[in-house]
Design a protein around this ligand. Structure first.
Ligand code: FPP
Length: 251
């Protein structure tokens, strides 16, 4: 007899969260546990990223945000920063054509200034090539810090006020949202962090006001479709009230 398909997408009425954001943590610990250099952990992290993008598309997730380089990561040894930059270069060069062929739209959030010019060009190329794609939107948070993003939004909003485009007396939370790095992207429904740490580490502070958080004990290089499904199943068990009284179950 054929085995029953117990995967998440095989369940009746499956509707995935619209936007999943992931803090990909634990590459270094994964490597240390195996006596390997940290760089190997990051390389295996890129493989986990490829699996996750594929799984997110298959599960019907519309937006996937990944925290791939934080503003705080500059404080790591120069050799490790260089390795992470090299991985981004390789990821764009090797995977962009396939992402594009799979109708994935790539967006970048974070500070472009301070990045080397070739990295800046690659990020622009990834966004430009995939701009009209209509499948999964992959939002890469690169040189990203949420407090810095909010500060950028305040500067842009101030410019708009100065130009007379916004009346300062009408500014509310929605106005601020319109000046963030990706203002048209809906807030994340689910934020996943691997490696057991239970904090946001300056990731999507504004956008996570009503997100559900799922913390998984595995290190990022071990992440796969089954882990993503585990996080989504946990999300679906939660009741989301958005400050009101009526529960809106995880979609
Ligand atoms: C956290 O592990 C992970 C990072 C700092 C970077 C995440 C990067 C990748 C998965 C690969 C790069 C992908 C692109 C597209 C550039 P950690 O080093 O903080 O691990 P630890 O906490 O165990 O030391």
């Amino acid at each position: 007899m054929a085995e029953a398909d117990t995967t998440l997408s095989a369940q009746p009425m499956f509707e995935p969260p619209r936007h999943v954001a992931i803090i990909m943590d634990g590459n270094g610990r994964w490597a240390a546990a195996r006596g390997l250099p940290r760089a190997e952990g990051h390389r295996r992290g890129v493989e986990a990223l490829r699996r996750t993008v594929r799984a997110a598309g298959e599960l019907g997730i519309q937006y996937l945000t990944i925290f791939s380089f934080s503003t705080e990561n500059w404080s790591r040894p120069a050799s490790e920063v260089g390795e992470l930059m090299a991985l981004l270069r390789r990821f764009v060069r090797n995977d962009l054509a396939e992402l594009h062929a799979n109708n994935v739209r790539v967006r970048i959030i974070g500070e472009r200034e301070g990045l080397s010019s070739d990295i800046g060009r690659l990020l622009e190329e990834a966004e430009g090539l995939t701009r009209v794609n209509t499948g999964l939107t992959l939002i890469v948070a690169f040189n990203y810090g949420a407090r810095q993003e909010i500060a950028r939004a305040i500067k842009r909003l101030n410019d708009a006020v100065t130009k007379g485009e916004v009346d300062a007396t009408t500014i509310d939370a929605d106005t601020v949202s319109r000046f963030l790095d990706a203002p048209d992207v809906p807030d994340p429904d689910l934020i996943v962090r691997t490696s057991g740490e239970q904090r946001l580490s300056n990731f999507l502070l504004w956008q996570s006001a009503y997100s559900e958080f799922v913390f998984l004990p595995i290190h990022w290089p071990d992440f796969d479709r089954a882990a993503l499904e585990t996080a989504i199943l946990e999300y679906r068990r939660r009741e989301r009230r958005f400050g009101g009284l009526v529960a809106q179950t995880g979609s």
